[in-house]
Design a protein around this ligand. Structure first.
Ligand code: SF4
Length: 159
């Protein structure tokens, strides 16, 4: 658990990093069915989060592309993270990840989620998800547009 705050939180993040590494079990092959997405904003300027919201709106008809957004991480295949990894959100991220079923994947959307982007490691943030774990699924940009995110998800899904 990421129980500590302050400087120790970084240490605890690294101690727990092994649980976040993508295991062979989680390295699922490309799916052909519907992929369920749980979206989590963890910091940053929320530009990426707004693009994800746009993508999930009616303009894109996301389900026609084989993706759907879910409100419960227990129903999710992919965890889409936007924003820098703020210290305040580490425990929330941990809870969401634990609640997801086996076969789950972590997807970093935008520069901040990948490596911190404009928000380097400091008193308020750890940087990006790379500070916690190996991130295999990334969609770069600052911000990636809604279309970029959709194209990136299709690429990651092998479609
Ligand atoms: S990557 Fe750019 S747009 Fe996205 S949260 Fe960071 S600063 Fe904002």
């Amino acid at each position: 658990m990421f129980q500590k705050t302050g400087p120790l939180s970084v240490l605890h993040a690294f101690i727990d990093a092994s649980r976040w590494r993508v295991s062979p079990e989680n390295d699922a092959p490309a799916r052909t069915g519907m992929i369920s997405l749980y979206v989590l904003e963890t910091g940053g300027c929320e530009g990426c989060a707004m693009e994800v919201e746009s993508l999930c709106g009616s303009a894109f008809a996301l389900e026609r592309y084989g993706f759907r957004r879910v409100a419960d991480p227990a129903d999710a295949d992919w965890l889409l993270v936007t924003g820098a990894m703020s210290r305040a959100c580490v425990q929330m991220l941990d809870r969401v990840w634990k609640a997801m079923p086996p076969g789950k994947s972590l997807v970093a959307v935008g520069a901040c989620a990948i490596d911190g982007g404009l928000f380097g490691a400091g008193y308020a943030t750890l940087g990006g998800l790379k500070a916690l774990t190996q991130v295999r699924k990334t969609i770069p940009g600052c911000p990636p547009s809604a279309q970029d995110i959709l194209s990136g998800m299709q690429r990651l899904a092998g479609r």
